[in-house]
Ligand binder design. Structure first.
Ligand code: 5GP
Ligand code: MG
Length: 184
């Protein structure tokens, strides 16, 4: 299937499942080499990271904890505007190595929220694993230790990523049919 239609938009295949699995295996290999022996808590961010986390974590060979988090948005007071809160933290993180698992890092704003809230729990270290990274859009300096693939600033769906809530179940990654020739 080289194109899919979701609601009003056409998407074309850009990263096939075989390639994704190869990248995920490479990332798990790096983590097994770097992190074995540490007290590690993997924290996938819902909903987008569910499929990536599931494939990645079954390849982790050392004892670890896994705890899913979610960013909830709510309207704050008029003065504070829209506020995002990280929900689901139940484990003690003090002194541990936290690995945030994200589907995609675009501007980095979401990651910045997450990192600021997690650091209040005083983990020894926070690392970030992102399957996809858009370097042209990234506006922060926090290093992403484990990056699967760098892609151009194009909108993608599939493998956990949605368009208007649809498309998360696709096993390949598709991009919005580009207006210019840039493809991932
Ligand atoms: P950021 O805060 O880094 O700008 O954006 C991160 C969030 O925006 C991601 O967690 C994801 O929910 C959404 N996002 C950014 N780029 C894409 C994309 O290409 N496709 C989809 N489906 N979501 C995206
Ligand atoms: Mg997300």
């Amino acid at each position: 299937m080289n194109t899919v239609r979701i609601l009003d938009k056409e998407f074309e295949l850009c990263i096939p499942s075989e390639k994704i699995q190869e990248v995920v295996a490479r990332m798990a290999g790096q983590m097994n080499a770097d992190l074995a022996g540490n007290e590690v808590v993997f924290m996938p961010i819902l909903n987008g990271a569910f499929m990536f986390a599931s494939d990645l974590l079954r390849r982790i060979g050392f004892a670890c904890q896994i705890s899913f988090l979610r960013l909830a948005s709510y309207e704050g007071t008029a003065s504070s505007g829209s506020v995002k809160q990280l929900i689901g933290i139940t484990e003690k993180l003090h002194g541990k190595t936290v690995v945030v698992i994200e589907d995609i890092v675009d501007s980095g704003q979401t990651l910045d929220y997450i990192l600021r809230q997690l650091s209040a729990y005083e983990p020894a270290e926070i690392r970030v694993a992102a399957l996809l990274f858009k370097p042209e859009s990234y506006r922060y300096s926090y290093p992403i230790q484990y990056t699967g693939m760098e892609i151009p600033a194009q909108f993608v769906v599939g493998y956990g990523l949605d368009y208007e809530g649809y498309g998360r179940n696709l096993e390949d990654i598709y991009q919005l049919k580009p207006k210019n020739s840039e493809t991932c």
